[in-house]
Structures are given as structure tokens and as C-alpha cells.
Design a protein around this ligand. Structure first.
Ligand code: 8YV
Length: 325
């Protein structure tokens, strides 16, 4: 019997391809860029499964691939790139990669927080430039230990950030649609409304999924509520923050700094952002550790194999597909 065929939308590591090739024939987009919906349809037509790496799957894509494709296995915990309703309508499973990247992403949020607070990037440039004023008043930063952190999003990654904050003796506030008793039991975090969190926190870290309800969750009004000494961290999704409003707030001293791994129109930045000294910028690498990347690939492969074997994905986003079948 011929092997099932998997299309991979973005270049990934050899280990993941080798794993997929144990059971499937694999074709990968060799170009380091996201495919347009038209290209995805053209390239993945006739394949049994598609491993999506930030590729946009809309209604048209789902419809065009439905005759052969059984799963969009998304390489990422966030799946805002996929129209799940359309996939379900056309009987295609969607899976994501939760848990395996929680620690890596929380570590990186804290790396951004510490870097922005202690001006690590400026320090690095200073030393490399051969500057010699190493006096006690040089490059003074903000203390992190003992301060208040406000975490927007009380899910897996938000909780992991709170656990790191405990190690820094921080007061932990969090907000979500509803209180999360596990979050509170494991971190001592206190549930507050969003405005209290914004006005009382020294650091605000964003860990919510991108949904219509979280688009521009932080805009000019919310930034105004924050302390002028506050630092805003985001390694979730760019459009959760109004990036133009953030640039204006950083330029005008409304808040003190930011650490950003995600942007509204990646890989483009809002005008003015890259010129600001009080932001630390990263190219969407929150989950980029060897361990997380390998585990994400393995989970995608497990999800694909499960569906090709006639079952449901292990980490399924739309179980209703199985119910209808
Ligand atoms: C990935 C991510 O870097 O998990 C997510 O939601 O954004 C990241 O882990 C991304 O999915 C790969 O493009």
C-alpha cells in the first residue's frame, strides 16, 4: 500500500521530517516564508495531512483540500492562523501543540522582562562599543525582585510565568475571563479586574490567545492606566497590543519600557518601534528551544499518525469532527 502524504508548510528540522517519513511520504515548502492561501492550495492539493507552521488556513483552503486532507496539524499552541470552524465544516481535524512549549515560552517572557528591566541589550552594546564609564550611576535599571507582576491570562503559560515570579518574591496579580483556582493554589496569584491589574503592576505580561475579544486588549487607554515606571511584556500574539499606541506611549513616557517577541504584522514593526532604546525586541522565538522544537514536531507527528490511523488527534482542537464522522 502506498504511504500517506504529508505536506509541511515551512522548513523544519531533519529530526521531524525523519519521524514523519517513518510512516509517510513528506513534501516540505523549502522557502523560509509563509505561504499564501493560493500557494497552500496549489502545493497541498491531494495530500492526506498538512503540518501548518503559521500558514493561514481559511474557508477556501479548507474547502479546496477537503477531498484528501484529514488534519491540519498546527506547529504551535496558538492556532489563530486556522479557521477552525471552516476546517470542522469540511470534516478536517485541527490539532495544536500545548504543554510542550509552556516552559520555554514562560522562560522567554521572563528573559524579556529581566532584559528590559535591567537594560541588558543596552549594557551589551555599551561594552561592545568600548565605552569606559563603568561608574555606579551608569545604566541604572529597575529592580525586579519584590515588585508586582500582572499577568493577563491565567492559563498554562501565564501560570508558568507566575511560578517564575514566585522565585523573585513578586506579588502576583492575574486576570482572565474567570478566576482559575489552580493558578491561585500553585502561585499565590490574586485575581483582579484588568484595570486594577494594569494600574498596580510594575510589570505586565500578556498570555492570552488571539481572539476577536482579545484583539487590542491593550490600547492607548489601557497604557494610560499603567504606572509610568511600568514595563510591558508580550510573547503571545502581536495584535493583542495596539502597537502604534504602544510606540506613542513609549515615546511619550506613558510607560517605561517593553519586551516584545510578537508584533501586529510580523515580520514588520510599527514605525518608530525599532528606534526606541527602551524596548527589547525578538523575532517570535518564545518557544525556540531545542527541547520545545523537538517536542512540538513529535506532537505534530503523533497527531498526524493518529488521524491517518482512523482516530482523533491527541491534542485536538475540534473534536466535533470525530463526532460527525
Ligand atoms: C511558534 C507559537 O514559534 O506556539 C505558538 O503559538 O507562536 C510558537 O510556538 C510558531 O507557532 C511557529 O511559527
Amino acid at each position: 500500500m502506498s504511504k500517506a502524504r504529508v505536506y509541511v508548510t515551512y522548513p523544519l528540522g531533519d529530526d521531524i521530517l525523519a519521524l514523519l517519513r517513518e510512516q509517510c511520504e513528506v513534501v516540505m515548502n523549502p522557502e523560509e516564508r509563509s505561504l499564501s492561501p493560493e500557494e497552500l492550495i496549489e502545493n497541498a492539493r491531494g495530500f492526506d495531512a498538512v503540518l501548518t507552521v503559521s500558514a493561514g488556513v481559511n474557508e477556501e483552503v479548507a474547502r479546496a483540500l477537503a477531498s484528501s486532507c484529514k488534519i491540519f496539524a498546527n506547529y504551535g499552541v496558538g492556532y489563530n492562523n486556522i479557521d477552525v470552524e471552516a476546517a470542522s465544516k469540511h470534516g478536517i481535524y485541527v490539532s495544536n501543540t500545548p504543554d510542550v512549549l509552556t516552559d520555554a515560552t514562560a522562560d522567554f517572557a521572563f528573559a524579556l522582562l529581566l532584559s528590559a528591566a535591567r537594560r541588558v541589550v543596552e549594557c551589551d552594546s555599551y561594552v561592545r562599543a568600548g565605552k569606559k564609564n563603568w561608574g555606579p550611576m551608569n545604566l541604572i535599571g529597575a529592580q525586579v525582585s519584590g515588585k508586582t507582576i500582572g499577568i493577563l491570562g491565567g492559563g498554562r503559560i501565564g501560570k508558568a510565568v507566575a511560578k517564575r515570579a514566585q522565585g523573585f518574591n513578586m506579588r502576583i496579580l492575574y486576570n482572565d475571563q474567570r478566576p482559575n483556582p489552580d493558578f491561585e493554589a500553585e502561585t499565590g496569584g490574586i485575581f483582579t479586574d484588568k484595570n486594577t491589574l494594569l494600574s498596580e503592576s510594575d510589570f505586565v505580561s500578556v498570555h492570552v490567545p488571539l481572539l476577536p475579544s482579545t484583539h487590542h486588549l491593550i490600547g492607548a487607554e489601557e497604557l494610560e492606566l499603567m504606572k509610568t515606571s511600568a514595563i510591558l511584556i508580550n510573547d503571545s500574539r502581536g495584535p493583542i497590543i495596539d502597537e502604534q499606541a504602544l510606540v506613542a506611549a513609549l515615546q511619550g513616557g506613558v510607560i517605561a519600557g517593553a519586551g516584545l517577541d510578537v508584533f501586529e504584522s510580523e515580520p514588520e514593526l510599527a514605525p518608530g518601534l525599532a528606534e526606541l532604546p527602551n524596548v527589547v525586541l525578538a523575532p517570535h522565538v518564545g518557544s525556540s528551544t531545542t527541547e520545545a522544537r523537538v517536542a512540538m514536531g513529535e506532537l505534530c507527528a503523533r497527531n498526524i499518525f493518529a488521524v491517518l490511523d482512523g482516530g482523533a488527534p491527541v491534542t485536538c482542537v475540534n473534536p466535533e469532527v470525530g463526532v460527525k464522522a
